[in-house]
Design a binder for this molecule. Structure first.
Ligand SMILES: [Fe+2]
Length: 389
C-alpha cells in the first residue's frame, strides 16, 4: 500500500484531497476559496460521533465564522435542502461544508444550488431539464464523507427525494473540493460500514459490467472492486485497522469516479424502487440483488463477471463455463455478505410484498444499462432468490 495512500489530489471536475488526517485542512482550504462564513451541514449522528466539533474547530481556527445546519434526513428530502439554504441565505454565508454520509453531502449540494438560485429545488431536477442552475454564481462547497460508500464526493450531482411524487431526483451540482479522510470512518458501526461499502461495491461492479464500459472507467472500477475484496473482510476482523479502512475508503471514491459514464444497472435500479417502497437504506437496498444480478448477466459477459469474482478473492477455473462463472461470482459475493453481516431482505418486507413491487420496478426503469435484457419474470426470479438468502 505505502506511498499510494499518501494525501493526493486528483485532477477531476470534483477535486479530491485523499488521505489520513486531511479533514484537519478544511479551514485552510476554505480560506483559499475566500470563504468568510460557512454553513456546516450534517446530521445528528455525525455530531454525536464528535466529528462535527473537529471540523468546526478547523474552520474557526482559520478565522472563518460557522453556521450549523443539523437537520439532515435520510434519503434527503427536497424541503431539507430548502431549509438549509434558507438558513444560509439569512445568515449571509458564502460557502458550505457538508460532512457525513451521502445524505449530508447531497443535502449540502442541494443547498449550494439554492443559496444563489431561486427555490424550490424541484426547478433544477435533471429530469425536468428546463431550468439549469447558474453554476458561475454559486458559493463553493467542500464535501467531507464520513462513510466509505456513496462516492458522492466524486460525482457531479446530488440525489434528492421529491416528496410530492415520492421519487429520487438528480440535481446537477459540482463540489469544489472533496476531503476524504479515512480516519473519520474508524468509529463507524459495523452495519453502516457493511451497507455503505456494499453500495461502493455495487457502483464499481455494476459499472464494470454495464453495457457501456470504457477503458478509463475500467481502471477505477477494477481497482475499486479489488480494494473491497482485499480490505473489507479485514475491516471486519479489526475495525480499527486504519490501512484496511483506508483501502475501503479509496474503493468508495474510485467507485464514484468509475460509475460516471458506464452507470449502474440491475442492483441499483431494483434497489432504488424497493428502497423507497420499504424504507430500506440505499446501500442495503442496492446490495440485495448484487449476487443474483452477477449470476444473471454472466452468460452475456462471462469474462467481466469472472474478473469481478477474482477481484473479490474467488478462484475461477480457466475452463469454467459462463454459467459456472456466474455461480462462483454469486457464491463469493454471498460469502462476503456473510462475513460482514449484510442485512437480509426478509428483514424489511414479506416475500409477497417484495414481489408485488415488480411491475413498479419494470415501469420507469427499463434496465437500459444492463448487459442482458430483463423480463418481469427475470426480475421476479432475481428477487425470489435474493429473498431466500
Ligand atoms: Fe449507490
Amino acid at each position: 500500500m505505502g506511498n499510494s495512500f499518501i494525501s493526493t489530489c486528483l485532477s477531476t471536475r470534483n477535486p479530491i484531497l485523499f488521505g489520513r488526517g486531511t479533514s484537519k485542512r478544511v479551514g485552510e482550504e476554505l480560506q483559499h476559496m475566500g470563504v468568510t462564513k460557512a454553513l456546516v451541514v450534517f446530521d445528528k449522528g455525525v455530531q454525536a460521533a464528535g466529528i462535527v466539533d473537529k471540523i468546526t474547530k478547523s474552520i474557526e481556527d482559520a478565522g472563518i465564522a460557522v453556521v450549523l445546519y443539523d437537520n439532515v434526513q435520510p434519503d434527503p428530502p427536497d424541503w431539507s435542502c430548502e431549509e438549509a439554504a434558507e438558513l444560509g441565505r439569512r445568515e449571509g454565508v458564502n460557502g458550505i461544508v457538508a460532512v457525513g454520509g451521502g445524505s449530508s453531502l447531497d443535502t449540502g449540494k442541494g443547498a449550494k444550488v439554492l443559496l444563489t438560485n431561486p427555490p424550490p429545488i424541484s426547478r433544477y431536477y435533471l429530469e425536468h431539464e428546463d431550468v439549469v442552475p447558474d453554476e458561475s454564481k454559486m458559493h463553493p462547497i467542500i464535501v467531507i464523507p464520513t462513510t466509505a460508500g456513496t462516492g458522492s464526493e466524486a460525482t457531479p450531482g446530488g440525489v434528492i427525494t421529491d416528496t410530492k411524487e415520492d421519487k429520487k431526483r438528480n440535481v446537477p451540482c459540482m463540489s469544489n473540493l472533496g476531503i476524504v479522510d479515512p480516519e473519520l470512518t474508524v468509529g463507524l458501526p459495523p452495519l453502516v460500514t457493511a451497507t455503505t461499502a456494499v453500495d461502493a461495491l455495487c457502483h464499481s461492479a455494476e459499472a464494470y459490467t454495464s453495457n457501456k464500459p470504457n477503458a478509463i472507467n475500467d481502471l477505477f472500477n477494477e481497482k475499486s472492486v479489488g480494494l473491497i475484496g482485499k480490505y473489507l473482510p479485514r475491516v471486519f476482523d479489526d475495525p480499527t485497522d486504519i490501512e484496511a479502512r483506508e483501502g475501503v475508503q479509496l474503493a468508495a471514491t474510485l467507485g464514484g469516479l468509475g460509475l460516471m459514464g458506464p452507470f449502474c444497472h440491475i442492483p441499483h435500479e431494483i434497489g432504488l424502487i424497493i428502497g423507497m417502497l420499504f424504507h430500506i437504506p440505499h446501500g442495503t437496498a442496492c446490495g440485495m440483488t448484487l449476487p443474483e444480478a452477477l449470476e444473471y448477466i454472466a452468460p452475456e459477459i462471462p469474462e467481466r463477471v469472472r474478473k469481478v469474482a477474482e477481484l473479490l478473492g474467488a478462484e475461477v477455473p480457466s475452463d469454467a463455463t459462463p454459467e459456472e462463472i456466474g455461480r462462483i461470482a454469486f457464491e463469493r459475493t454471498r460469502w462476503l455478505y456473510e462475513k460482514i453481516g449484510f442485512p437480509k431482505l426478509s428483514g424489511y418486507a414479506t416475500k409477497d410484498e417484495i414481489l408485488a413491487a415488480v411491475p413498479k420496478i419494470m415501469d420507469p426503469y427499463p434496465f437500459i444499462h444492463s448487459p442482458r435484457p430483463l423480463t418481469e419474470d427475470a426480475v421476479t426470479a432475481i428477487l425470489e432468490k435474493a429473498y431466500a438468502r
